[in-house]
Design a protein. Structure first.
Length: 172
């Protein structure tokens, strides 16, 4: 019985990963530089939004949470998402998103700031050059919005990747 359950779980997990791989594109192309964003320090959530597009302190830090991806009309487990955001101005690299799937594979997107307010940060995400071939290299929109004092809502508007979303909690 235990082997049957383990076998069924392995088949379901493999099928889910294969389905998601189809949504992710399974190809490489133009992608962002492979430089990782430096680790920023902890910040206060009560800092007002700055002028000139600089990243408000409420977003700065390292964030992590379990997320989902959409495939075949359903939300499926998408693994763990880690977002690192640093202080920067518009059109500058502000950080990264690392998605680690349930089997341990990972994809990293480099984030470039598009716009930011106290209510929402919008960035362009693009896969790193050295990502595995199943990762989507194409540019897509990433949205972060505060959710309480030490949490963010994450949404990647990337149909090829299943429009990943997660609630992230501060880890630093």
């Amino acid at each position: 019985m235990v082997l049957a359950v383990a076998g069924a779980l392995a088949v379901a997990t493999t099928t889910g990963v294969l389905v998601l791989d189809q949504f992710r594109g399974g190809h490489k192309g133009d992608s962002a530089d492979s430089g990782a964003a430096p680790s920023p320090g902890r910040s206060s959530a009560s800092t007002p939004a700055p002028a000139s597009g600089a990243v408000p302190e409420v977003y700065v830090g390292t964030w992590r949470g379990t997320g989902t991806v959409s495939a075949l009309g359903q939300d499926l487990p998408g693994g763990t998402f880690t977002v690192v955001i640093q202080r920067a101005d518009s059109a500058k690299v502000i950080g990264s998103v690392t998605q680690t799937d349930p089997l341990g594979g990972g994809c990293v997107d480099v984030l470039t700031l598009k716009s930011v307010t106290a209510e929402q940060l919008v960035a362009t995400g693009r896969g790193k050059k050295d990502n595995p071939s199943h990762c989507v290299p194409d540019a897509h929109e990433v949205r972060l919005s505060p959710d309480g004092t030490d949490a963010l809502r994450f949404l990647s508007v990337d149909p090829q990747a299943g429009n990943p979303k997660a609630r992230l909690e501060r880890v630093n």
